[in-house]
Design a protein around this ligand. Sequence first.
Ligand SMILES: [Zn+2]
Length: 466
Amino acid sequence: MKLTFWGAARTVTGSMHHVETGGRRYLLDCGLYQGRRQEAFERNAKFPFAASDIAAVILSHAHIDHSGNLPTLVHHGFSGPIYTTAATRDLCLAMLADSAYLQEKDAEFCNRRREHRKSIGRDDRECAPLYTQEDAQATFPRFSPVPLGEVKEIAPGFTYKTYDAGHMLGSTSMILEADGLRLAFSGDVGRAGLPILRDPEPLAPVDYLIMESTYGDRLHRPIEHVSEKLAAIINRTAGRGGKIIVPCFAVGRTQQLVLLLHELMDHGRIPSIPIFVDSPLAINATEVFRNHPECYDPKLQESLKTGQDPFGFYRLKYVREASESKKLNDLHGPFLVLAASGMCEGGRVLHHLRNNIEDPRNTVLITGFQAEHTLGRKILEKHAEVPIFGEPVRLRAEVESLDELSGHADQKELIEWMRPLSKGLKKVFLVHGEVSQGAALAQVIEREYGIPAVQPERGDSFVLGE
Ligand SMILES: [Zn+2]
């Protein structure tokens, strides 16, 4: 078995690993690389191998940095199956369609700027979308669902088996078996106690491990108190007649927050204020969550028996139409609105922020990781003024964050996740983390287990078993 790392190598984006066995080639994940526009476009548009040579893709989960470049692969001639769970397939249908729409919008915007440049005597290349809605459509029939935990034969002498990764709906870790070797791929490892999801499932011992390292040098705050904290923020803001604006990742975090809000309201721990989910993608993703109860944790399975819809309650309204979203601007508080994008880089949340962050009665509740240079990061760092739609806006609203809901295991949790599979383990390849995160984690792995851990560079190859 030969492994080559083509993405998420010393970075957190563009997960893509190339596996060769039995004279055939396979991909683990085919994620979108996100970064500076031109660099990202070129990296995503050209594969360092022939797409038509790939026999199959094995997909760990639906997040765009793991699945988002599948339409480009299909566009370039990939015609094999994409093996993954049914929930991941259904989330991908919604997320890849949305991603294609964003790619098309991005190209349109770029071409409008080009027209302007032409009008002042400068010109550059016409922008094309990385992929279109048709490419996304052409990808969907390639998905081939495999139930969690089933041993799937991909080719004679090459099997794989999935384990619940507890990171998002349908997410998996996996063990590949070929050439007398066992290779585990962590995908993204979740955390115990997250709403909706089961805890990460332990893997059997393996020879080699590819493991994520997003939070390789950090520890999260414990999740037990997240409900109390959320209730306190809502009570405080509602008490002064304010609005709570929650920039929110549409898939995963939104549904978890809806569930927590539902519980808090049922138990009378927050006032009965209107709650809006203002995102078409979040609405489509919520449908997928409803259709896959087999992925729920025991607590949610139990509550289904009451016949209640966990993702719907009388104070909650899903807002699909843009016109309905704009009407929220004229509505007086208190109310809470969840809107994408999670890092405030686009989407409907921008309107809500512009209209509300100058009022000290309101609260902005940040719910996930905020990358450098994003608007979300500036808000989190409480800059006195932040740019929205190119205009400076004074930030006078309260700012709070709930990083307890992070979907990624921290350093300690990753080390414990490794324990059941570590007997006989020869080597760990650390991916999906910045260099400093991976380096810190490598040290702890070597200290705790005495196993070498490396951070491969993009394009590095390893023949396993030698
Ligand atoms: Zn992920």
